[in-house]
Design a protein around this ligand. Structure first.
Ligand code: AHR
Length: 764
């Protein structure tokens, strides 16, 4: 290999590398050249910046990139590598080439390839005998483009898989009010457990709580003999499969206590078996001080870290003590609003334009009595009764209630979409003649969100700390209720519709009935559309809305995912590619598809009620499944312009779209493509409509979602999409590093991007 480094009179350096590439098993000579420009006139000692030798091998472009990166890293000034009209190769760095920005950025995103690749291999499609190719012809002039709705991509939060309780809602204590075991006493206190044995402690529940809506309290009888219980007896709560306690962080513990005698109680955060104390405080009080229910609050600062920790309430003193509403909240939550920071950030990174909540089937309930009743989830947390979500089969203390969902939407900058019960659960339904109480509950719930602080329900919101109304503009009447067995849905829907439109004409109402194949027979602003299919089937549904009537209400694809035990498994690359194809179709049909969200969003790995999901977590760690990372390919779409494009070729397993958007005052064009085929496909992108006199292509960024096998899933071991540190292969988030490596411009006006299974050429 030969390298030549030159500096011309304009302080322009050029790096020229003659090397051999491995092309389909044969060595082939390639001539590569890049230029670099100093930002100021001080000269760079360029020759010493380069490695003594650029290694020759299968990946020469890595070496070239490394060399250029090294020049940059050793330069005191900004040092940009950019396209020069003299040369036939350039490597672009997004960050530094912003400085060269004039009017158009070209950003190329490639999404995945169906089959495995072995290391990095350059494939020259022109030499491939079995050539598969497609050409995407893009008209880049916005004139023929179409605006994409501002709210196209959002998220759907459902209390499923312990997404909220034991997840986004940072409360560490599970069953804090002892209500989970039911209202008939004595009841189970699970997951609380006893510290001590029968000879020293007896624990029962009774109905003596001071809170009217949750009467169950815990009574602890301590029976230590004359030698006492030196290490203390009591109860502990393991949280949701262990509490994440971190050294140096503070935890606010609140509890209600009552006793017939003096008390001396240790409140401690300990390791999972109690052997190590991470933080502790004493509650010492005279009988006269605690003869009635008394609220105690304390701040515990952890001196150690354990993500399987527990909360203990212990004493060495004989007597009767009652506890109720025991809470442990990390002080460090998003804005102190109670949302677990890392999970919240994962949502933010999707740039959601809306958030649909609180479910799903969770809204319906298996039985109406166990459905989500918003009025029982507002007000002081201590007074909320909590409820058993009988579809996903777990108890929630309802810390994440109606108010908190609106707060979440506001914190995310996403439009709230409230789904309320339509008088229908999985097993019972309310006939239309008797639906009025449900309608009133919905109207009250809307007033809670957007009524002024003097209104009946707006005042409850104001008392909770949010006098300003939340901007509620969308509601959904029920979830998946427009099925034949739910005979009252349409009748009920109309009563809700008329009442809401009368009181709030600007609110957009979402029907559960499907209008994708034929027009709805009732008024609605959107209709809900859910789809869970195997990956390939979902991919082929990219054309689902092509023939939908352009006149009726728009679709709200509020739940979609590739789901199949045999192909999508727990969320792999194949599922993500199927979803990518489907999403590209939705983006292209965004004149009739108004909103889109994946489902479900979260999964606590200890409660795999529904898989796959977008974000998997335990008490301390998380990762995005490939489905999560696919959604990040669409974060610029909402409010962008869909460019007119057509595709021709001989592969039916490629979907692509082109959009343009503005960011920080600059114009961008983004092309997304997915190859679902198990063969290499050459993708040519031809662009017309660019005004060559004032257009300068000044930066390119390629992002690839791919992996060694389409069955690859992500894991806690590779938690974040960190381009800088990621290794190649084996992880479907392996996006940016590969993207940086394979960037070749062969001709002045074309960009060729080569991937193992996807060969792309773009020309302007
Ligand atoms: O997303 C999981 C469930 O799937 C939702 O609760 C329900 O609406 C759908 O059936």
């Amino acid at each position: 290999m030969k390298k030549i480094i030159e500096k011309n009179s304009n302080n322009q350096f050029s790096l020229e590398v003659v090397t051999w590439l491995q092309v389909k098993g044969r060595a082939r000579r390639r001539f590569l050249r890049a230029t670099a420009v100093e930002e100021d006139t001080s000269s760079l000692p360029l020759p010493t910046l380069l490695k003594p030798e650029l290694k020759h091998g299968k990946k020469p472009l890595f070496d070239l990139m490394e060399a250029i990166r090294e020049i940059k890293s050793k330069s005191a000034k900004d040092f940009c590598v950019h396209v020069s009209s003299d040369f036939n190769l350039a490597m672009m760095d997004m960050e530094c080439s912003l400085k060269f920005l004039t009017s158009i950025f070209l950003i190329l995103f490639l999404i995945g390839s169906y089959s495995a690749y072995e290391n990095v291999r350059l494939v020259d499609a022109r030499e491939d005998n079995e050539k598969h190719y497609v050409t995407l012809q893009v008209d880049a002039s916005n004139a023929t483009g179409r605006p994409i709705p501002e709210t196209l991509f959002g998220i759907f939060f459902e209390e499923i898989n312990h997404a909220g309780a034991g997840g986004l809602w940072a409360e560490l204590v599970s069953n804090r009010g002892f209500e989970a075991g039911g209202q008939i006493i004595p009841s189970s206190i699970w997951p609380w457990s006893i510290i001590g044995d029968e000879s020293t402690i007896s624990v029962v529940t009774d109905r003596s709580s001071c809170f009217e809506r949750n009467k169950i309290a815990l009574r602890m009888e301590v029976l230590c003999n004359s030698s006492g219980c030196p290490s203390g007896v009591g109860v502990y709560n393991p949280g949701y499969w262990g509490m994440n306690i971190e050294e140096g962080k503070k935890y606010k513990v609140t509890l209600y206590v009552r006793s017939t005698g003096d008390i001396d109680v240790s409140v401690s955060l300990t390791s999972s078996n109690g052997s190590l104390t991470l933080a502790s405080e004493q509650i010492i009080a005279l009988a006269s001080e605690v003869s009635k229910w008394t609220k105690k609050e304390m701040l515990l600062e952890a001196n150690g870290t354990d993500d399987g920790a527990r909360l203990q309430l212990t004493t060495t003193k004989n007597g009767s003590i009652w506890f109720d509403q025991v809470s442990a909240m990390p002080v460090d939550t998003y804005k102190g609003h109670g949302f677990r920071n890392d999970l919240f950030q994962m949502m933010v990174d999707l740039k959601p334009r809306f958030i649909r909540f609180p479910g799903g089937c969770y809204v319906e309930g298996a039985w109406l009595s166990n459905a989500f009743h918003w009025k029982e989830t507002v007000g002081a947390w201590e007074e909320r009764p909590g409820h058993f979500g009988d579809v996903w089969k777990y108890w929630t203390d309802d810390g994440l209630g109606h108010f908190e969902f609106f707060q979440l939407a506001e914190d995310l900058g996403a439009a709230p979409i409230w789904v309320f019960n339509s008088g229908i659960s999985h097993h019972d339904q309310v006939e239309t003649a008797r639906i009025m109480p449900f309608v009133q509950e919905a109207l009250d719930g809307i007033e809670f969100a957007r009524g002024d602080a003097n209104s009946t329900w707006g005042s409850v919101r104001a008392a909770m700390g949010h006098p300003k109304p939340f901007g509620l503009k969308y509601v959904a009447v029920g979830n998946e209720d427009c099925w034949q067995k739910y005979t009252y849905y349409k009748g009920n829907y109309l009563v809700f519709y008329n009442a809401i439109k009368k009181a709030y004409p600007d609110i957009k109402i979402i029907s559960n009935c499907d209008g994708s194949s034929q027009p709805l027979d009732h008024p609605a602003d959107y209709y809900d559309f859910h789809v869970y299919k195997p990956s390939k089937e979902l991919f082929s549904m990219s054309h689902k809305f092509d023939n939908t009537s352009r006149d009726g209400p728009k679709a709200f694809v509020s739940e979609y995912a590739a789901k199949s035990e045999t192909d999508a498994n727990k969320g792999n690359l194949l599922a993500a590619l199927g979803e990518a194809g489907f999403l590209l179709g939705l983006e292209k049909n965004s004149d009739v598809v108004g909103m889109v969200s994946y489902a479900p969003l979260f999964l606590n790995t200890n409660d795999r009620g529904w898989i796959p999901d977008a974000i998997v977590f335990n008490s301390s760690h998380l990762y995005g499944t490939p489905s999560y990372w696919v959604q990040q390919f669409f974060t610029e779409s909402s409010g962008a312009t869909l460019l007119s494009s057509t595709m021709e070729g001989n592969s039916s397993y490629v979907e692509a779209s082109a959009i343009s958007f503005q960011s920080n005052g600059s114009d961008y064009i983004q092309i997304k493509a997915v190859n679902f085929a198990n063969v290499t496909v050459e993708l040519k992108v031809k662009m017309t409509g660019l005004d060559s006199s004032n257009t300068k292509v000044s930066a390119k960024k390629k992002k690839v979602l791919t992996s060694a096998s389409v069955m690859d899933e992500n894991s806690f071991l590779q938690p974040r999409d960190d381009c800088a540190t990621r290794n190649l292969g084996g992880d479907a988030r392996d996006v940016c590093s590969r993207a940086l490596l394979l960037f070749i411009i062969r001709h002045l006006v074309s960009l060729d991007v080569v991937d193992s299974k996807f060969y792309t050429r773009m020309s302007a």
